[in-house]
Design a protein around this ligand. Structure first.
Ligand code: KG4
Ligand code: ZN
Length: 389
């Protein structure tokens, strides 16, 4: 962890930010919300306003701290959030030339996620809110992803949402803030999880998504045949665990044949993996579009992709084509707003606060599991603390 890394992420701001920071006039009619994200391995803070300006944005990634373990270690993550959150908040306020008094609400990711990290963000946000007499807004991390496209563009409800992150893979009809209907979801691994496990199997490190994408760029997708689970089924669910098993089998066969896994083997496996993933997503999406149209009608509708996997350029372009072929407009946040960040939490908090200025979630505790659609039945097991998938 170092300040330099924070600085480099910190520069990943919307281009409008510098200007907005310099010329920001404190308009009492302009709602301003701070958002805190600590649900996984990124400590992030941002301040956004209702004019859709990211006034300041800081992010500290813990990738180096978890890399050697091949995944996120919850205790390490929580400890790093504790060490870093205070100074990120201070710096974000400084960068925006605002003080806590200028904020209308403090939002924090309250679930789903790793409970230790969630507690750090939620307790900090509640303490700031209580001390300054501002409301605390509890934000569902998935809703943060779901609404990010509206921070970047003027997209009206309803829209079809494909949410693909490290912990989730879902197709949802977004009818309004807090109103989501799940059309399909993964019955085993999430899309990002499949990328991460494939990368781990191939020795490509963590997080796997960007590494697999980079390797696939110089690979031949036709050399290996990978399965496309669920394709052809009438529903909108996903399954990715079979892909991971097939990747292991192929990698083992390469080692047996050539004595080791060469770079070209890795690249070809990654290219085949991404292609299989795209085929699954296209097929599932096609069914979801048909289902969505039953209630939303046949006019041109928005298709929004969100979550870390939506940063994948290859998948983005395949999904964009599917959208165009189905009379849907395609919307994806810029890459740095696809993966976890503070702006998505600030914006979701702002959307919720704007709809209900009396809101104050100060009595809400962190929720390791928190489905976006509270009505949905779990696909796999229910668990003591609510649906897992
Ligand atoms: O949304 P996110 O930052 O965190 C969660 O809410 O889970 O998503 C992280 C996931 C990781 O599994 C990571 O490997 C994946 O997003 N990811 C990618 C890419 N960038 C991040 N997957 C595929 N291609 C990418 N370029
Ligand atoms: Zn996320």
């Amino acid at each position: 962890m170092n300040a330099l890394k924070a600085q480099s992420h910190h520069t990943l701001q919307k281009e409008t930010m510098t200007e907005a920071t310099n010329h920001f006039s404190r308009n009492p009619a302009n709602t301003i919300v701070m958002g805190i994200e600590t649900s996984c391995d990124e400590t992030a803070v941002a301040i956004v306003d209702e004019k859709k300006t990211i006034l300041a944005h800081s992010l500290l990634s813990q990738i180096d701290d978890h890399n050697e373990y091949g995944g996120v270690v919850p205790e390490i993550a929580a400890r790093q959030h504790i060490s870093n959150l205070d100074h990120l908040i201070r710096r974000t306020l400084q960068d925006s030339s605002l003080s806590i008094d200028d904020l209308d609400a403090i939002a924090a990711t309250t679930g789903p996620g790793l409970v230790g990290g969630l507690m750090v963000g939620v307790m900090t946000a509640k303490a700031i809110a209580a001390a300054s007499g501002k409301p605390f807004v509890a934000v569902n991390h998935l809703e943060g992803h779901a609404l990010t496209a509206r921070l970047v563009e003027d997209i009206e409800f309803p829209y079809l949402l494909l949410l693909m992150s490290g912990g989730h893979c879902q197709l949802l009809a977004a009818h309004g803030v807090g109103q989501y209907q799940r059309l399909g979801s993964t019955i085993d691994d999430a899309a990002g999880e499949a990328f991460d496990k494939t990368a781990k199997l191939l020795g490509l490190g963590y997080p796997g998504g960007p590494a697999v994408e980079a390797a696939a760029r110089s690979g031949n997708p036709e050399r290996f045949n990978l399965p496309t689970p669920m394709v052809g089924r009438p529903d909108c669910d996903f399954s990715f665990s079979g892909l991971k098993t097939a990747v292991r089998r192929i990698a083992e066969a390469c080692v047996t044949e050539r004595g080791m896994l060469y770079a070209d083997d890795r690249n070809d496996i990654c290219a085949a993996f991404q292609q299989a993933m795209a085929l699954c997503i296209e097929d599932r999406l096609q069914n979801a579009i048909a289902l969505f149209r039953k209630t939303a009608g046949n006019r041109t509708m928005p298709l929004v992709v969100a979550g870390g996997v939506a940063a994948n350029q290859y998948l983005r372009s395949r999904i964009k084509t599917t959208a165009a072929n189905n009379n849907m407009t395609f919307h994806a946040p810029p890459l740095e707003l696809c993966t976890d960040n503070g702006a998505m939490i600030a914006w979701a908090g702002l959307e919720r606060f704007s709809l209900n200025p009396e809101i104050n979630d100060k009595d809400m505790a962190p929720r390791p599991r928190w489905p976006l659609d509270s009505e949905a039945k779990p696909k796999v097991g229910s668990g003591r603390k609510g649906p897992k998938v």
